[in-house]
Design a protein around this ligand. Structure first.
Ligand code: GLA
Length: 700
């Protein structure tokens, strides 16, 4: 709901209130937190009056501006001839009946949207701030328009800036690396500035565009959390400053980088959308808000809450070393297991026998597949499988026909040889003709063959970018290709991937209902990675495969059951050579898939409770409660065994206190209260990495 009274703006619902007011032409931030029913008075700037003598440097603003006495992190930084810095003044507001599209991925079906209009007469620029309240959180973005005759350089315009009053705060962010994405980092907020950012052209393995601000002492289930996520796939920043008064300012947006984006008269710069959520129910409550918001309003409704195809992926199964015969063996091996789709990963095009060549040459390698994809797809159909295929649309190998024909299509700086990573360059997706060409090449394959699934990979960060403004155009080129593919092939599901989770962000999830979570398929590592990713992103967005042991990334061996249990907490798939499995392993897979299908509605559409933290508790334990509350899916995985371990009970959450639940595997009934307050012994074996899955049904 949006309420406006005497220049006080109040966005609220049962979950939160967010308020600001206008004073002497400036937008003063007054409150963000638990829902307030009587906003007037309390939300006026008078609550900030003891800050008055600090002038602009102590006042809490909706937009922090550089150059006019506010020296903290700005959310707007612009310049034009003879003028650096802005001083935007409030001009009015509008309440739009519904959220208008603005050319970038964003939360869907937003209702009423508050548009605040500001202008700077000296800079000759107009600034618009947009706020769309959803039940779970607020979507925000900004736009600046050059109204003057001189070019206006935008060096920074945040999607959102949020002020916090003096307090003791902690911050949680997700940082990592290839094979170990989204490690949960928690630290005290102390005086100074901290910047989480990417300048890699993609969101990156290193830092996810997510930040949670915690009032000190927050636990998994209790305490005030204010969290931020950007719906953007390129360079970004989420930064915060704790000032001399221990006030905190968080600023999030696209990282435009040095040089800025130049707007001519009438041109505008539009930021990506940022999402904020507030909860008083700890980190778990925060995650459940993000999950619900993204399931309802981000994921394409075609896929939201629905089971995704269960795939057998060829990568760890056969890598580059396949021919038609090997693929036939894989396909035949998948028969009868319950798998839906074969995904033919890297190596089917050009002359790609290793990673040294052929990216960009999206033509079938007739050496490996003399009959093209036709016989492979036919074989899939005979075995009840659909067919999916891998592309890396943004990449080009120096050793490729595409590069030989169009060397200038690769990102490059004239006079320098490009830097290769994984033996490849990146195509300049800010150029329309490049994106058009790649679309044409993909379209040719997708139109000729019966293909229901694409894995879109992206295996290196950008380098040799000739101008910083290319980064912005590059990301828009990626979105454009997604749009074109979606309108030409609406029934093809596109799985996102970037060397695993190098581009695991909400903008990719707008198009791809699932992303390959990590190249690390070791279930022990995956417990940590999936735990971290779940801070912000729903289980139904994580693509998880059971792979062979010893694991190819870590050399570790885990029981088949545990590999399945961990992979089941997301979009289940397999990535091992099913042609080489024992009958016993085949039977396990079949059972895993049957069980997954029976519970997919709970896992993908339910509410997640993280019961144990694999970073600190020696075990991983998650519980998903069906959206109607009637069923519970519970997974417990021990990490390392130690002798004579304590009998650790696990307390469930999110149940009805007085309802009776049956633990199907044990034939026992317990009340919700007993399960939540006394807890259960999970009953996994004592061995390293032993696990258990329990199914609970509510009886009354
Ligand atoms: C990346 C992906 C893998 C696989 C390989 C193929 O590393 O993350 O899943 O597709 O590329 O080269």
């Amino acid at each position: 709901m949006i309420q406006v009274t005497d220049n006080i703006f109040h966005l609220s619902n049962n979950n939160y209130s967010y308020a600001f007011c206008v004073k002497e032409g400036k937008l003063i931030h007054t409150y963000y937190g638990k829902a307030l029913s009587i906003p007037e008075g309390l939300l006026q700037d008078s609550i900030l009056s003891d800050c008055a003598c600090g002038g602009r440097d102590w006042t809490q603003y909706e937009t922090g501006e550089r150059g006019r006495g506010d020296f903290r992190l700005p959310s707007a930084l612009m310049r034009r001839q003879g003028c650096v810095g802005t001083d935007f003044v409030y001009k009015g507001y509008e309440i739009l009946g519904k959220k208008e599209p603005f050319g970038m991925p964003a939360l869907r079906d937003g209702g009423q949207t508050l548009k605040i209009m500001l202008s700077d007469e000296v800079m000759k620029a107009a600034l618009y701030l947009y706020y769309t309240p959803y039940e779970e959180g607020i979507a925000r973005r900004a736009e600046v328009v050059n109204l003057g005759d001189f070019p206006l350089t935008v060096e920074k315009l945040a999607s959102a800036s949020v002020e916090f009053p003096q307090g003791n705060y902690e911050a949680v962010n997700l940082s990592g690396r290839w094979g170990a994405e989204c490690e949960v980092c928690r630290a005290d907020v102390v005086g100074g500035i901290r910047i989480l950012s990417s300048e890699r052209g993609v969101t990156s393995h290193q830092h996810n565009p997510f930040l949670a601000v915690l009032e000190k002492g927050v636990t998994e289930e209790y305490g005030n959390v204010y969290a931020f996520n950007l719906i953007y796939s390129g360079n970004f920043y989420i930064e915060y400053e704790s000032d001399e008064k221990s006030q905190l300012r968080v600023v999030a947006g696209e990282n435009i980088l040095h040089g800025g984006i130049v707007l001519e008269n009438g041109e505008k710069f539009v930021t990506p959308e940022a999402v904020t959520v507030f909860t008083d129910k700890g980190l778990g409550g925060m995650s459940r808000l993000f999950h619900r918001l993204y399931r309802r309003h981000l994921i394409n409704p075609k896929y939201a809450d629905k089971i995704r195809p269960i795939v057998i992926n060829s990568w760890e199964s056969v890598y580059f070393g396949f021919d038609e015969k090997k693929l036939f063996e894989l396909i035949d091996g998948a028969r009868g297991l319950g798998i839906d789709t074969l995904v033919l990963d890297d190596g089917w095009f050009g002359k790609r026998d290793d990673d040294a060549s052929s990216l960009g040459d999206w033509f079938i390698d007739r050496g490996k597949l003399p009959g093209g994809l036709g016989p492979v797809i036919e074989r899939c159909k005979e075995n009840g499988l659909k067919f999916g295929i891998w592309f890396e649309p943004e990449a080009v190998s120096p050793d490729s026909n595409l590069y030989r024909e169009h060397p200038d299509w690769a990102l490059h700086t004239p006079g320098r040889e490009g830097i290769q990573m994984r033996n490849q360059y990146t195509l300049d997706f800010s150029r329309e003709e490049v994106v058009d060409y790649i679309f044409g090449a993909m379209k040719a394959i997708l139109s000729e063959y019966d293909i229901s699934y694409v894995k879109w990979d992206m295996n290196r960060p950008l380098s040799d970018v000739p101008d910083n403004c290319v980064y912005d155009g590059y990301v828009k080129g990626v979105y454009r290709l997604y749009e074109m593919l979606d309108s030409a092939f609406p029934d093809v599901l596109i799985e996102g991937c970037s060397s695993g989770g190098g581009r695991f962000d909400a903008a990719i999830l707008y198009y791809s209902p699932m992303i390959w979570t990590s190249d690390d398929t070791d279930a022990c590592q995956r417990m940590r990675i999936q735990y971290g990713v779940s801070m912000c992103y729903p289980l139904q967005t994580m693509s998880n495969h059971v792979s062979v042991c010893p694991n190819h990334q870590t050399g570790r061996t885990l029981p088949f059951a545990t590999r399945g249990a961990v992979a089941s907490l997301g979009c289940l798939g397999y990535e091992l050579n099913v042609a080489e499995l024992s009958e016993e392993e085949r039977a396990i897979i079949k059972k895993q898939i049957d069980d997954y299908r029976d519970n997919a509605d709970v896992i993908l559409g339910g509410e997640l409770y993280r019961l144990l933290n694999p970073f600190t508790d020696g075990a991983f334990c998650e519980e998903v409660v069906a959206s109607d509350g009637n069923r519970v899916y519970f997974v417990y995985c021990r990490l390392l065994n130690r002798p004579n371990m304590p009998l650790a009970r696990v307390k469930l959450r999110g149940l009805e206190e007085n309802a009776v639940y049956k633990i199907e595997e044990r034939g026992k009934t317990l009340t919700g209260g007993e399960l939540m307050h006394a807890g259960i012994l999970p009953g996994a074996g004592c061995e390293d990495f032993s696990s258990v899955i329990l199914h609970l049904t509510k009886l009354n």
